[in-house]
Design a protein around this ligand. Structure first.
Ligand code: GLN
Length: 537
């Protein structure tokens, strides 16, 4: 078993997760089985309770783990299926250690960061190694070197490397090489200092990945090599991508990063064949077709809040050789200006998941606009609930119909809590979470797109369609095209008399990859293109 540790220096948001995921792509394409793992130094037990404003989207795994969005990159870039074993926060580590202490497992010893917390961190690497049966584990340490919170993780991986022996671990440090305009040059000092900080802790990186906006010339590489104590070929340029994050694996390949890693870890593998990946990039850079779709949300302007949704839309485009321009629409703007003005001319409208009342009426207006004007609509989770409320109010004439999440006293609770959820008061891990089977109706639009009749999709919500209203809806042309296998929970709805109006209670965006676009997104983009160009792709 081989281990790669990815740390970050200088600033956050360097794209360490992307670097780790991209290396995973390359190693997988060399025939290795790869597992990726994220350590997050914050004290939250998981990001499930964190605001998207602060932390971006919550990415959900098959087993229902609510995780950091970097895990989304891991799944999109590789074929690994992640579970809660692939994600650890300081909160989880401390929770385990404190529980052990309460259970008397430390036999009266003083419980300390070293060795108890660090042992727990190391145990989590070993557990993943054992379960994943991977050839290589890539562990990304969240945060920035020098943060107090990150120290136990860095100490743990230092010890881990010592125990694993020479040739079995590789440390990669992702750092920032800023371009200083006034001087007209890239500066290496922050990199030198962050590497010095790591070395103080006892970690000497083998590879330095330099995030930069301009190319790293030979001289700079030599300077970093000298000051950071790595061979010059281990100084890797990772320039800002021109078009797409999916270029990163190819960039790392050009710099021979995977070669170097394999040499360091004594892995004898063939060169990766990345031709399929190059084809994806071709479709992203020079697509044959183009279309614009709108995403109507409330966290608009925050790139990370709808990360997987945006990615899945792009994948849907790749699946159709169609470049997609995503127009981010603030639902409150629709409330102020009306749907017509803002949504006119878009090929399709997508309403993603969400919580809380703000902007809800704008989303309902967007769904109405899509239904009435026969504009392709894709609703995800809240987006399905919105479509239901809109249909109830405007087609079934159920006045003030709503979800009890937003109006507990609505006379028509078309979306409501399941009994099991009514008793829940704790936050975190208490929603309907993770992959669950959904049975699709033969001949439905969704059934045709999936091409299969039982699918597994990931959930993260509390509220559900209220079955009391099912018949009324059905009679008016609202199709329940997917349900839980026992038929009790509504999973997918669509409109009979509409070219593409599909919404799901689950989150299909979590299962889409550039090389395997999700069928609902692929269908949505094809429909959006047809809407504008009036001919099929
Ligand atoms: N707020 C809604 C619910 O809890 C929708 C959740 C979501 O879109 N993820 O049911």
């Amino acid at each position: 078993m081989k281990y790669i540790f990815v740390t970050g220096g200088v600033v956050s948001s360097l794209g360490k997760g992307l670097t780790a995921a991209s290396l995973g792509t390359l190693l997988e394409n060399r025939g290795l089985k790869v597992a990726l793992q994220k350590f997050d130094p914050y004290l939250n037990v998981d990001p499930g309770t964190m605001s998207p404003f602060q932390h971006g989207e919550v990415y959900v795994l098959d087993d229902g783990a609510e995780t950091d969005l970097d895990l989304g990159h891991y799944e999109r870039f590789t074929s690994t299926k992640l579970t809660r074993l692939n994600t650890t926060t300081s909160g989880q580590v401390y929770q385990t250690v404190l529980n052990n202490e309460r259970e008397g497992k430390y036999l009266g010893k003083t419980v300390q960061v070293i060795p108890h917390v660090t042992d727990e961190i190391k145990r989590r690497i070993h557990v993943l190694a054992e379960h994943s049966k991977a050839d290589v584990i890539i562990t990304e340490i969240g945060g920035t070197t020098g943060d107090i919170e990150g120290l136990p993780f860095l100490e743990a991986i230092r010890e881990f490397a010592l125990e694993a022996g020479v040739g079995n671990t590789c440390f990669i440090h992702v750092t920032y090489v800023p371009f200083i305009k006034a001087a007209g040059e890239l500066k290496t000092k922050p990199t030198q200092q962050s590497v010095a900080k790591l070395r103080e802790i006892g970690i000497t990186p083998h590879i330095i990945v330099c995030r930069c906006e301009k190319p790293l010339d030979k001289e700079l590489r030599q300077k970093i090599s000298l000051f950071c104590n790595v061979p010059v070929e281990a100084v890797i340029e990772e320039k800002d991508v021109d078009h797409s994050i999916y270029e990163v694996p190819l960039m790392l390949q050009r710099e021979r990063t995977d070669d170097l890693v394999c040499q360091l870890l004594r892995l004898d593998t063939p060169l990766p064949n990345m031709s399929h990946w190059q084809e994806i990039i071709r479709k992203l850079i020079a697509p044959q077709h183009r279309v614009r779709v709108g995403v109507v949300g409330k966290y608009i302007g925050l790139q990370d809040a709808y990360k997987s949704v945006y990615e899945a839309i792009i994948h849907g485009g790749v699946g159709n050789d169609c470049g997609v321009e995503i127009v981010q629409v603030d639902s409150e703007e629709i409330e102020k200006e009306g749907a017509e003005r803002i949504l006119q001319g878009l090929g399709g409208i997508l309403v993603p998941g969400g919580f809380g009342e703000r902007g809800i009426e704008g989303k309902i207006k967007a769904a109405k606009f899509a239904r009435e004007n026969k504009v392709p609509y894709l609703g995800l989770c809240l987006g399905m609930q919105i479509a239901t409320i809109e249909f109830a109010r405007n087609v079934l004439k159920l006045e003030k119909a709503h979800s009890t999440e937003f109006d507990p006293d609505t006379p028509h609770p078309v979306i409501a809590l399941l009994d099991a959820q009514k008793k829940v008061t704790k936050k975190g891990g208490t929603m309907r979470l993770g992959a669950q089977p959904c049975q699709l109706v033969v001949g439905s639009q969704a059934g045709k797109l999936y091409g299969s009749f039982v699918v597994n999709e990931r959930h993260r919500h509390r509220y559900e369609f209220n079955n009391h209203y099912r018949e009324k809806f059905e009679k008016a042309g609202f199709v329940f095209s997917g349900t839980s296998p026992d038929g009790k929970l509504v999973e997918v709805i669509e409109l009979a008399d509409h070219p593409f109006f599909i919404a799901s209670q689950f989150h299909p965006e979590f299962l889409s990859k550039p090389h395997q676009p999700h069928p609902l997104f692929k269908g949505f983009i094809a429909a959006a293109h047809q809407q504008i160009h009036k001919k099929p792709l």
